[in-house]
Design a binder for this molecule. Structure first.
Ligand code: ADP
Ligand code: MG
Length: 453
C-alpha cells in the first residue's frame, strides 16, 4: 500500500486508522487492507481497490465512513466528497485509471483473502468469568478440550462487545497449542470474501478442499451471512461435510439462530443441532473483576474509587470498559499523575454523560426531523410515504434505546401508534444497523447529538 499521495503525508493510512478505530479491526483488515488512495482534492477522492467487488462493497457499505475519515484527517477535504473506486491496474481486468500514473505497490489482487490469525491474548486465562458468561465459558472450554462431541455445532450468541470473539479465539488457541489440531478461524466477512475470490479466480475446488480438511472451524459473526446467497450455499456445504466427518464447528452470532430471519431456515435449524450458549452484559461484580484484571495486565494503577465509578456507569459491554481504561491509561502515562475520580469524570465525560442524562422523546423527534429534513408532525403522522418510513423508524428506535419508556408509551408519543408498530420499527433498525454502515453511523451520530444536547 504505497503511492505518491501516501508517501507524501500518509493520509490514507491515517484515514484507515480512523476507520479501524470506528469500524473495528476486522472490517479494516478485510475491506481496507488492499486499498490505497489514488487521488484526492477538496471534493473528490479516488480509491484504488483490488477488484470490482471491493469497489461495489466499499461504495455500498462504507461510503460515509470513508468520507468522514478523510475529513477527520484532513479537514480541508469536505465532509462529503465524491468517491470513485478504481480497480488497481495490477489486477487482471482493469485499465489504469487516467489520473494515476503509478501503480500502487503491494496490492495483491488475485490472492484469496488472508486467513485471520488468532490473537494470542484472547485465551481462557484472560477471560474473566462471571454469572453473565459462566455457561458460555464452560461450554467453550469443554469444546476446546474435546470433551463434548455432542456440542456440534457450538453456537455462541451475544451482543456487541460481550466476548464472542474472545471465546472463539480462546478455543482456537487452546486447540492449537494443547491438541495440535488443524483449526481455521474466519470472520463471516472473510469467508464471504474467500468465496467470492475463489469463484472469481476459478479456485472453488481448492477452497472446498482447504475448508474440508480442517479439524475445527471457528466462524465469527455469522449474522453477516444475511442475504448473501452464494456464500450461504457454500457455508452450508462446508458445514455439512465437516459435520458428517465429525469435525467441530463453532459459530458466533449476535442473535439466537431462530431470530436470524434472513439466514435460510435450513442453516438456522442446523445451528440448533448442537449447543447454544449466550453471553449477557456483565453484572456489577464482573465489571469490577474485569477492570481489575485488565488494569493489572496493562500495568496501570487505578484506584478503587475510579474502578467503582467505571463499573457503576459503564454497564453495556466489556469493550466499553476497555475503551475507558485505554483513555485513562493514556492520560496516566502522559502526565504521570494518579487518577482521581474527578479527572476520570472529565476524561470520560462523553461515555458517562449518556448514561445519566434524561432524554425526552420530543428531543429525539426534533433531532431526527432536523437530520432528515422532515417535520416532527410528519414523524407522528400515519402517512406511509417512502421517505418518511426510515426517519420515523429511526426516531422510534432511538426513543426506545435512549429513554426508559415502554413500547406503548412510545406509541402514544408518535401520534397514538400501536406498540407492535414500535417493536417492528426497533427490529427493522436493529437489523439495518448490522448490515448497513451508513445507517449505523447516522443512528450513532444522532445518539451522540441527542445525548450531548
Ligand atoms: P464480541 O466479539 O462479542 O463483540 P469481543 O470478544 O471482541 O466481543 O470482546 C470485546 C473486548 O472485551 C475484547 O477486548 C475482549 O478481550 C474483552 N472481553 C470480553 N469478554 C471478556 C471477559 N469475560 N473477560 C475479559 N475480557 C473480555
Ligand atoms: Mg466479535
Amino acid at each position: 500500500m504505497s503511492n505518491e499521495v501516501e508517501q507524501e503525508d500518509g493520509l490514507w493510512e491515517k484515514a484507515l486508522g480512523v476507520i479501524q478505530a470506528r469500524m473495528g479491526d476486522d472490517v479494516a483488515k478485510t475491506w481496507f487492507q488492499q486499498t490505497s488512495l489514488g487521488s484526492i482534492d477538496g471534493t473528490k477522492a479516488t480509491i484504488v481497490v483490488p477488484n470490482e467487488f471491493y469497489g461495489g462493497w466499499l461504495g455500498h457499505n462504507y461510503r460515509q465512513a470513508i468520507c468522514e475519515a478523510l475529513h477527520v484527517v484532513r479537514p480541508s477535504v469536505a465532509g462529503v466528497v465524491d468517491l470513485e473506486f478504481v480497480v488497481s491496474d495490477q489486477s487482471d481486468d482493469a485499465p489504469a485509471p487516467a489520473d494515476r500514473p503509478h501503480t500502487p505497490q503491494g496490492v495483491i489482487p488475485s490472492q484469496p483473502a488472508r486467513r485471520s490469525t488468532l490473537n494470542p491474548h484472547y485465551t481462557f486465562d484472560t477471560f474473566v468469568v462471571g454469572a453473565s458468561n459462566e455457561f458460555a465459558h464452560a461450554a467453550s472450554l469443554a469444546v476446546a478440550e474435546g470433551r463434548a462431541p455432542g456440542y456440534n455445532p457450538f453456537f455462541v450468541c451475544g451482543g456487541v462487545g460481550l466476548g464472542k470473539t474472545h471465546l472463539l479465539h480462546s478455543i482456537g488457541n487452546f486447540v492449537r497449542q494443547k491438541r495440535g489440531l488443524q483449526i481455521a478461524y474466519v470472520t463471516t466477512e472473510q469467508f464471504t470474501n474467500e468465496v467470492i475470490n475463489s469463484i472469481r479466480h476459478d479456485r472453488m475446488r481448492e477452497f472446498r478442499k482447504r475448508y474440508r480438511s480442517i479439524d475445527i472451524l471457528l466462524i465469527d459473526d455469522i449474522q453477516f451471512l444475511e442475504g448473501k446467497v452464494r456464500t450461504q450455499e457454500e457455508f452450508f456445504h462446508t458445514f455439512n461435510s465437516l459435520y458428517e466427518a465429525k469435525r467441530q464447528v463453532v459459530v458466533s452470532g449476535d442473535q439466537f439462530p431462530g431470530e436470524m430471519t434472513s439466514v435460510p431456515e435450513r442453516l438456522r435449524s442446523r445451528f440448533g443441532w448442537g449447543l447454544l450458549a449466550d453471553l449477557q452484559p456483565p453484572d456489577f461484580e464482573t465489571r469490577i473483576a474485569i477492570l481489575r484484571k485488565k488494569s493489572d495486565e496493562r500495568g496501570i494503577t487505578v484506584g478503587d474509587d475510579v474502578v467503582h465509578l467505571l463499573a457503576k456507569s459503564l454497564t453495556r459491554n466489556i469493550r466499553e470498559l476497555e475503551g475507558a481504561l485505554t483513555r485513562l491509561e493514556a492520560y496516566a502515562r502522559l502526565t504521570g499523575q494518579t487518577m482521581t475520580t474527578d479527572t476520570a469524570k472529565i476524561l470520560l465525560r462523553d461515555l458517562l454523560v449518556t448514561e445519566s442524562k434524561v432524554v425526552r422523546v420530543v428531543d429525539i423527534q426534533d433531532a431526527v426531523a432536523r437530520r432528515y429534513g422532515k417535520k416532527v408532525s410528519d414523524l407522528k403522522s400515519k402517512r406511509r410515504t417512502g421517505d418518511l418510513v426510515m426517519p420515523r423508524q429511526v426516531a422510534m428506535y432511538l426513543a426506545r434505546s435512549l429513554t426508559n419508556h415502554s413500547f406503548p408509551e412510545i406509541g402514544r408519543e408518535f401520534g397514538g401508534k400501536d406498540h407492535t408498530t414500535i417493536m417492528h420499527a426497533c427490529r427493522q433498525i436493529d437489523k439495518a444497523m448490522q448490515t448497513d454502515h451508513e445507517i449505523r453511523i447516522t443512528v450513532e451520530r444522532l445518539k451522540d447529538e441527542i445525548g450531548n444536547a
